[in-house]
Structure formats: C-alpha cells, structure tokens
Design a protein around this ligand. Sequence first.
Ligand code: ZN
Ligand code: ZN
Length: 395
Amino acid sequence: MDFLADATAGEPEMIRTRRAIHQKPELSFHEVATSKLVADRLESLGIKVRRGVGGTGVVGVLKGAKKGRVVGLRADMDALPVEEESDVEFRSKVKGVMHACGHDGHVAMLLGAARILAEHRTELSGTVKFLFQPAEEHGGKGGALPMIEDGAMRDPKVDYVFGLHISDTYNSGEVAVRPGALMAAPDSFKIKILGKGGHGAYPHLTVDPIYIAAQIVIALQGVSGRMMDPVQPFVVSVCSVHSGTKDNIIPDDAALEGTIRTLDKGMRKRAKAKVSEVAASVAKTFGGKAVVSFMEDAYPVTFNDPRATGKAAEVLKKIPGLKVRTADQVMGGEDFSRFLEKAPGTFYFLGTRNEAKGCVHSAHSSKFKMDEDVLKLGAASLALLAAEFAKPKGP
Ligand SMILES: [Zn+2]
Ligand SMILES: [Zn+2]
C-alpha cells in the first residue's frame, strides 16, 4: 500500500474540500454545514456514520476485512472569530470568522485519509474510527469531552488515537513528534479583589483594590521566578485588569483574569495553590481580600504515550520525502488531550511553513495561510498510522 501515492491522487479533492470549508467557516459548536459535509462524504465512502455526537461531532467507523485493533483519528472542525486578511482568493465569506488555525485543512486531510483507507478496506486489519470534533477553540469547554461522554471512544473501544495540527514552526515536508508532555494544561483564573471605595484624595480611609491588583500582578511573577522548579516550563500571565469608573474615585473592587500553563501534573497542582496563596496574602497585607477561582475542567496536559509515540515516529519515517523531527514542547493547550486520557496515542505537528509562498504567519493571525502542498503528507500520515496500529500486533 503506497499511501503517499494515494494521497497525491486525492490531493485535488482535498484542496477543493479545504477551500470550500475555508470560505464558510463556522465557530465552535456551530459547525453545522461542516459536519454535514463530513458526514455526507464519509457515507459516500461506505463508512458507517453517527451524526450529532456531543453536539455537532461526527464519528465514522470503517471496518477492515481482517481482525485487528481499533484506531481513532481525530480532526477538529471549528473556526475563530477573526476577520481574514490573508491574500488567498478563497477568503472567508463570513464576516469576522476565519479558519485561522488550520482546522479546515485538518478536516480535509482526515477526509483524505478516510478515502485512502476505505479504498484499501479489503487489505485493512482492525477498525478505524474517524473522530470529527467540534469546538476545539472553546477553552476548557471544548467538543472532545461531550463526544467522549456521548460514546465516541466506545463501541468499539478505541485502542490508539492519533491527531495532528498544522504548525508554522516547522517547514512544509516536516512532521514533529514528541513522546511525553507536548502541550500545556491551560488553567485560566479569575481574581476578585475586594477593597473599600472612597475619594481619591483620602486613600487612608479606603482599601484600594487597584493598588492591591497591581501588587498581585507583580507578585505572581514571583511565583514563576521563586516558587516553581526553574527547569520545568511554567507561565503565569495576567491578561485582563478591570476596575474603576472615574479619576478621583477609589473603587470597591477590581478583577484580574489570567492563565497559568504547566506541562506536569505536580507543577500544575503547585502552581494553582501558589497563585491562590500569593494573591490572598498580598490582598490581606493591604487590608483587602482576594477571591481566586480557576476554571473547572480545563484541558489536561497533552501527553503522548511514549511507547506509541516511538512507534509512530518509526511508522512516519516510512513516508517518502517526509522528514520526522522531534517537536519542541509548547505552552498552548489542546482539546486532543482528552482523547489521550482515554487511549494511548500521539498528537503531532505537521509543518506548513513555506517562506516562498508567504506561509509564515502564525495560527490565529488574520493573515494566517496554510501551505496546501502538505495536505497529502498529512492525509498519508494519518492513514498510515491507522493501518499500522490497527494490525493485530501493531507496528
Ligand atoms: Zn487554535
Ligand atoms: Zn487549532
């Protein structure tokens, strides 16, 4: 089976699909047209389809002719609230909405992989499950968990799961793989600072929440610099500050919002505890009170099973012309982490950086542009991982 040749044959269809989705981007949990396109296409390939899984999710099940394992392949489908400024002729037709994270390409590649695998079903072992998920861009409340709760990883139970994300860090023609922690647990927090308002001319009669907020913003960097293991990646950023109405009124309260990023369970626990402690004690020092809350159900660390990932890297090396690199850890979060909690597998990056074509802008940028030449590589990689890991004894 030469999956790269098959993917190259399917390239025009993948480009058409990707551009069609690109022009009609849909925001998280509103992927109605996209999921219909996906489900219809899978059905046309003779793949059994379940629609409306965990919202707008779609699950396709393809049974090979021979016995084997169950491999899940995932693509995310949602777009972002960004006004497109890229120079492509198939720009978004929806004002203020853009596929700026490449999920249009992810969908096209997974559909491309589905075609390849469906056409080889007589030679295929095991079962491949196609997991098209809504709302990856929905913070901790993304579409993976509702899909899992709706049975996406059961009946048949998924033994291995794989997913990819296009990346402007790596060049076209490269994939980047990493065993262990790849992406961070993104824990967002809110700090409500309660003071006592009054006149700006008489601060001694007030408890100034803005002053306390400023002290907390500074002190939190001390958590990073003085309280966490310096050889472990850690970020704390305060990204929103709100308080006050007028130049001479000290308000009653202030609100901070931010995010902490960790790549390790122990670090995560400690970081949350330290952020809470420091905020509370700084507020207390200046006579106020800080109420710290973390968003529940934030994404976990995206943790690639080391054994499966080592094998996946070997499998990917079989694709002619594809360079397999070691991925750097990143502090972004990924909803795919939820699937990796249910089955071992790997999330990997597919390089799409191409200076000559101007594909240099980062994901989430209004100028983001994908190198479509990599669609065939992505599709071949997914199809090959599925075919190899679905074999009774694996790759
Ligand atoms: Zn994104
Ligand atoms: Zn993304």
